[in-house]
Structures are given as structure tokens and as C-alpha cells.
Design a binder for this molecule. Structure first.
Ligand code: 13P
Length: 341
């Protein structure tokens, strides 16, 4: 089946009361890991590429790897999403290439670090909604500012500086018509989210619940949702790594989010940790090896394991065959009809 609209995946997730993991990729092994996990758990998938990933892979490589995935895993509904589009141009180029979903992150200026104004955010996001919906492509917007800066997306603030304001979120959705909304509730990108297990003081699930009450029909997106499990940190450190003690977002908090309108859960760091731990292990235990496959295969397997576990924990497992994917033209027609109504 061709690449599917993310909106359809999220609408189905809302009907079924589950969340869908959105996993970041840069290369073939990561795409294969996700696809194998999806096959094993019978899950629909969202594969996402940041601007950095598009530049690393010269993006057409990534795009064609995704087309290969649609041929090799025809039973899996999959959306290809632009993660953190920093500008109108980035999103438009993703749409032109064939991404079926884009995030216009107008919460920051195009430099990816300076918080923007509400007016700028609305204007840029609205422009992308018009361009994307005309082609049946999904749009995720962001209101409030995420902390962290490790991956080049985030204001470098502590996670609590710019939490999403529920009134502003409702106004933003009304003015832009986004399909999905990323909110800031204290999470940040990367491995160093919390210095101890988060409490209600540092991870504001109450804020998320309040936003969902205001916007019951908007699919909410949790960014920075890696759990940064101690087991994965330990493998890296056991084989010569130097990660400092750190905490991520506990899976049970994500599950609470899913009960309260979260339909897309962004995970990158956990996959990076799994890959790096597996590679370090081979390097430490078999220093005579020099065939890249000797460490890339275990790396791919380690990522597959963490992705399959998250697919089960988020509830998307078992739902791949629930529905027939709609062509993007049909999605475009629905957006047109909705706008005219
Ligand atoms: P993590 O760094 O927690 O995996 O978050 C990834 C993310 O939100 C990508 O947009």
C-alpha cells in the first residue's frame, strides 16, 4: 500500500483509544528496525525525519527507502512525517517530495531556537495547512515551547519555561485548522530530560488533561517522549560510554496521556541509546571485527526490540489491519468538503 495520511492513522487511533509511536530515522537500518517491529506487533506506524535527518540522508535516499518499505511491508499502514519543520519552505519541500504529513513548528523562529510570537506561529502554520490539505497531507502544529536543544530543535530552556496555555492552544487550533497539536508540558528532546524521576511538578500531566478538555477533538502530540530506560543507559556505560545519570518520561505517564487525547508519541532517543549500546558491546567484545554488518545487525535488532515494546505499550499493536488506507486525494476531498461546510 502507498504511504498513508497521518490524519487517518490518528483518527483511527482516537477511535480505538490508543497512541501511535512516531519514530525518528536517518538511515536504512532504523527504517528496517521499525518495519520489523511493526510486522511483529501488527502495528500501524509513523516514521519521521527531522531536518537534520533529511540533510544527513540527502532526503531522497530516505524517501526511496520508505517506498521500499511500502513494497516489502504491504500489510502495514505507514505515514512519513516531517518532524520539526522549521520554516514554511522546509514543510513545502517535504510535501513536494511525498511526505504524507508535516510538522510546521512555528513555536520557534526558522533558526529552530528562538521562541516566536503567537501571530507568527498562526500565520506560518495556516499557510502550511492550506498547502498541505490541498494535497491531502496532514499538519501538526506546536504551541508552547519545548525545552532541550540537543537535537537542534528546542529553545534550550528548562522544560517548564514555556508550557502550553490551554486558552492559547484552543485559539491556535481554531485559527489554523491543524490536524494535530504538539504541546509543551515539561518534556524536552534528548537524553537529559529530568535529573530524577519526574513528578507532577516537572512533568505537567494535569496541563495535558486540561488542554484535552478544551480540545477533545484535536489529536495531541507528546514530543520528547523517550523513557531513557536505565537498562539502555547501563549497556552504554558498561562498554565504555559516559552517560550521566538521567531520567526520561515514564511509560505510565505516556499511557495516562493516551487516555487523555494523546495520539502521537515521539520517540528518538530510546532508539539512539539502543543502537549505540549494541554497537559498543560488539566493539568491546569483538575488537577483531571490522565488517560493519557485525555491529549494524545487533544495532538494528536492539532498536527493533525497543520499538516493538513501545508499540505494545502505546496500544497500537494489533491495529494494522483495522482499516483500509485512504488515498491522499480522498483526504484532500474531505478537507475541501469540511472547509465548505
Ligand atoms: P526524544 O528525544 O525524547 O526521543 O524525543 C524525540 C522527539 O520528540 C522528536 O520530535
Amino acid at each position: 500500500m502507498p504511504l498513508v495520511s497521518m490524519r487517518q492513522l490518528l483518527d483511527e487511533a482516537a477511535k480505538g483509544g490508543y497512541g501511535v509511536g512516531a519514530f525518528n530515522v536517518n538511515n536504512m537500518e532504523q527504517i528496517q528496525a521499525i518495519m520489523e517491529a511493526a510486522r511483529e506487533t501488527k502495528s500501524p506506524v509513523i516514521v519521521q525525519a527531522s531536518r537534520g535527518a533529511r540533510s544527513y540522508s540527502q532526503d531522497r535516499f530516505l524517501y526511496h527507502l520508505m517506498l521500499a518499505a511500502t513494497e516489502l511491508y504491504p500489510e502495514t499502514p505507514m505515514a512519513l512525517h516531517q518532524d520539526h519543520g522549521n520554516s514554511v519552505e522546509t514543510c513545502k519541500s517535504a510535501i513536494a517530495m511525498g511526505f504524507t504529513s508535516v510538522m510546521m513548528d512555528g513555536s520557534l523562529m526558522p533558526d529552530g531556537k528562538t521562541p516566536s510570537t503567537f501571530e507568527y506561529n498562526v500565520k506560518a502554520t495556516r499557510e502550511i495547512v492550506e498547502a498541505a490539505h490541498a494535497k491531502g497531507v496532514t499538519v501538526e502544529g506546536e504551541i508552547g515551547v519545548l525545552g532541550g536543544i540537543e537535537d537542534g530543535h528546542g529553545a534550550g530552556l528548562d522544560g517548564l519555561s514555556h508550557l502550553t496555555d490551554p486558552d492559547q492552544a484552543a485559539e491556535f487550533v481554531r485559527l489554523t485548522g491543524v490536524d494535530a497539536l504538539a504541546i509543551a508540558i515539561g518534556t524536552s528532546h534528548g537524553a537529559y530530560k529530568f535529573t530524577k524521576k519526574p513528578t507532577g511538578e516537572t512533568l505537567k500531566m494535569d496541563r495535558l488533561i486540561e488542554i484535552h478538555k478544551r480540545l477533545p477533538n484535536t489529536h495531541l502530540v507528546m514530543h520528547g517522549s523517550s523513557s531513557v530506560p536505565k537498562e539502555l543507559q547501563d549497556i552504554i556505560n558498561q562498554y565504555g560510554g559516559k552517560l550521566k545519570p538521567t531520567w526520561g518520561v515514564p511509560v505510565e505517564e505516556i499511557q495516562l496521556g493516551i487516555k487523555n487525547g494523546v495520539r502521537k508519541v515521539n520517540v528518538d532517543t530510546d532508539c539512539r541509546l539502543a543502537i549505540t549500546g549494541a554497537i559498543r558491546k560488539v566493539f568491546a567484545e569483538k575488537p577483531e571485527e571490522f565488517d560493519p554488518r557485525s555491529y549494524l545487525k545487533p544495532a538494528r535488532e536492539a532498536m527493533k526490540k525497543v520499538v516493538a515494546l513501545r508499540m505494545t505499550q502505546f496500544g497500537q499493536a494489533g491495529h494494522a489491519g483495522d482499516y483500509t488506507p485512504l488515498p491522499l486525494e480522498e483526504m484532500a476531498k474531505r478537507y475541501r468538503e469540511h472547509a465548505a461546510a
